[in-house]
Design a protein around this ligand. Structure first.
Ligand code: NAD
Length: 499
């Protein structure tokens, strides 16, 4: 058993609110620790600390700030296994997948070494007689990030790396389900040379989130989680005058054209549908084969592969394909949705509902499930299941296939598998979804591009990481200057124009 408090003012501190939540080992179902849930006062203490530390950090030249990120990258590499182990223990994902979680965050830290370049402004010499105009990007001050359970290393780093490299102080409110890794990341940032108070971790639930949304000194909030909460965060944060980006849930389709390489498409679906037990916002949860003949070939090849998936605890290393779900509630919810799909008339061609892991009977495991004959009106089609459940929705032709993701509420990721460049090009151009894969099932952009969904998958106008990460956590100031003569010639009473 262990207790996780908060990370404030450069060190771990115990929670004082008297409220805490249990941390489970998803593989065994046992409680392994507890995490403090912050009160308003504790959040306020973190903000005060951050506010005091931020001006000196903003005044530190960007190259020096970048050197902290450089060192942080080294430390992440040094501690990769330790971080991945802590992550798997609380999240349940396999050890190689946990390393991937850390690695994709590390790549954002690597990108943020470019802070001096990313923060450069523009300059127009002689925009008028003796007039120069230039723009500068300045940090906002104290900013925050609220993150989900499913990538406890990567998503906090999406948020705090650009914010801190840009000169802000940061309050991170990670998921209460797997809080160990965010605390370790804060420690590594200190070891990398970050001044105390610039990265604070405040653990908590809705109480801490509301305190962040209402805090007058927090200028911006970056959120990732489910759509209902994203909408709430966006509304409340914006009405309090904050800058908010809030990314939500997903239902990602993969279209399989008749000319696609079927073996490659099937392998792609298996990895993207069942990896991390489907607990990824970029998981493919709907396969859309075009034409009955394509659908029959797909199902025939998918069934044995789904049945052969290996499920187990993270300690089994490379011998497992995916692990348990994060909580017992998540397990119940996913099983309930599979039951609902059967009631609705979808064909459950692989039924993982009765899966029991020998020696881990109380773990939050769900066996791999595969539905065929899923249609637009069904709840299992409309809802984000967030479990190891793949639905096959048959389309009669390309336009019919295109219509499914186009008319779906969510717009995070989508993919098309085809050998036809024209179809792929048309698809990428017309689809109303933020991230598109062409023969790539999980098109998660690399750190130097930006990540963000459309429709109910994202609220706000800037994406995460890449150039948008810096834009979101900075504001532009534009200076128009005239030196030194001319100004002495007397006042100008009509509005200046640049004719
Ligand atoms: P969640 O919405 O339950 O929690 C996210 C965060 O919000 C957590 O920090 C949590 O403590 C907080 N929270 C929970 N309930 C709250 C409430 N009522 N009021 C205020 N704050 C609250 O999400 P989750 O279960 O941790 O994560 C899974 C979801 O995140 C999925 O929907 C997934 O698609 C989504 N996700 C989206 C992206 C993306 O970039 N679009 C990436 C990863 C995950």
């Amino acid at each position: 058993m262990y207790d996780i408090g908060h990370f404030i003012g450069g060190k771990r501190v115990a929670g004082k609110s008297g409220r805490s939540a249990e941390i489970f080992n998803p593989a065994t179902g046992e409680v392994q620790g507890s995490v403090a849930l912050a009160s308003n006062e504790e959040l306020r203490a973190a903000v005060e600390n951050a506010k005091a530390a931020q001006p000196a950090w903003a005044a530190t030249n960007p190259q020096r700030r970048a050197r902290v990120m450089m060192k942080f990258v080294d430390l992440l590499n040094r501690d990769m296994d330790k971080l991945a182990e802590a992550l798997s223990k609380e999240h349940g994902k396999t050890f190689p997948d946990a390393k991937g979680d850390v690695q994709r965050g590390l790549e954002v830290a690597e990108f943020c070494i470019a802070a001096p370049q990313m923060l450069k402004g523009e300059f127009s010499e002689g925009a008028g007689p003796g007039i120069d105009i230039y723009s500068i990007r300045q940090p906002l001050g104290v900013v925050a990030g609220i993150t989900p359970f499913n990538f406890p290393a990567m998503i906090p780093m999406w948020k705090f790396c650009p914010a801190i490299a840009a000169g802000n102080a940061f309050i991170l409110k990670p998921s209460e389900r797997d809080p160990s890794v965010p605390m370790m990341l804060a420690e590594l940032m200190m070891e990398a040379g970050l001044p105390a108070g610039i990265l604070n971790v405040v653990n908590g639930d809705k109480g801490a989130v509301d305190a962040i949304l209402d805090d007058p000194d927090i200028e911006a909030v970056g959120f990732v989680g489910s759509t209902a909460i994203a909408k709430y965060i966006y509304g409340r944060g914006c009405s309090n005058g904050k800058r908010v980006q809030a990314f939500g849930g997903a239902k990602n389709h993969m279209i399989i054209m008749p000319d696609a390489d079927m073996d490659k498409a099937v392998d792609a679906l298996i990895g993207a549908g069942y990896g991390a037990a489907g607990e990824r916002c970029m998981a493919v949860s709907v396969a859309v084969p075009v034409g009955e003949e394509t659908a029959d070939r797909l199902i025939e090849k998918l069934i044995p592969k789904v049945e052969a998936l290996k499920i187990g605890p993270w300690t089994a290393g490379n011998d497992v394909d995916f692990g348990p779900l994060v909580t017992r509630e998540a397990q119940k919810r996913v099983l309930g949705l599979v039951d609902r799909g059967v009631e609705e008339g979808a064909k459950l061609v692989v039924d993982g509902r009765n899966f029991k892991m020998q020696g881990y009977e109380d773990g939050f495991f769900v066996g791999a499930c595969l539905f065929d004959g899923v249609t637009k009106d069904m709840d299992i089609y409309k809802t984000e299941i967030f479990g190891p459940v793949l639905s096959v929705a048959r389309a009669k032709d390309y336009e019919d296939a295109l219509d499914l993701p186009m008319s779906h509420e969510y717009g995070n990721g989508v993919a098309i598998f085809t050998r036809d460049g024209d179809a792929a090009r048309d698809f990428a151009s017309r689809i109303n979804i933020g991230m598109v894969g062409v023969n790539v099932p999980i098109p998660v952009p690399l750190a130097y591009y930006t990540f963000g969904g459309w429709k109910a998958s994202g609220f706000g106008d800037l994406n995460q990481h890449g150039a948008d990460g810096f834009r979101f956590y900075t504001r532009t100031k534009t200076v128009t200057s005239r030196w030194p003569s001319g100004i002495k010639d007397g006042a100008e009473f009509s509005i200046p124009t640049m004719k």
